[in-house]
Design a protein around this ligand. Sequence first.
Ligand code: PRP
Ligand code: MN
Ligand code: MG
Length: 176
Amino acid sequence: MKHTIEMMISAEEINRKLDELAARINAHYQHTDKLLMVGLLKGSVVFMADLCRRINGHVEIDFMSVSSYGSTMTSSRDVKILKDVQSDIAGRDVLIVEDLIDSGNTLNKVREMLRLRDPKSLALCTLLDKPDRREVDVPVDFVGFTIPDEFVVGYGIDYAEQYRNLPYIARVIPQE
Ligand code: PRP
Ligand code: MN
Ligand code: MG
């Protein structure tokens, strides 16, 4: 698709938001040792890198990769684990770190899968939330920006694998 991109959230705004998010997360986990942050590949990589450097104390990071597939005719999409976390999360305080919640299908399934492994606590942090697109309800504990239903890229988020390296968030504008 022929398109252009236009800046939507600047690198400075992202930085300020990360300071704010990290302050809330640090306060929430101040009595926790060994917080485990779990990012979903690939979109969360940039956000994870910047967020984890603002978290105090003993923090561990891990990643999982899931593929969401299924019929577009049904809302219940299947989520398959392509790469699991390496850590045993039983008894751990786990914070899932995601770049974007759209339909909610990915996070809903991942949350359920991790919940079954008996973490001590399980919370979710997303940089961007698009509530207008939600198909399944997912409780989100820490939200960076709530955005309208627009196609966005940058800061880890791709369009056909492009633009993950943009230091800011941009909207994609289709061209005639
Ligand atoms: C994108 C995004 C979220 C997910 C959100 O990932 O990074 O993980 O979609 O969509 P949902 O709420 O409708 O499930 P994608 O599957 O494109 O993989 P990527 O992170 O590797 O780009
Ligand atoms: Mn993703
Ligand atoms: Mg993607």
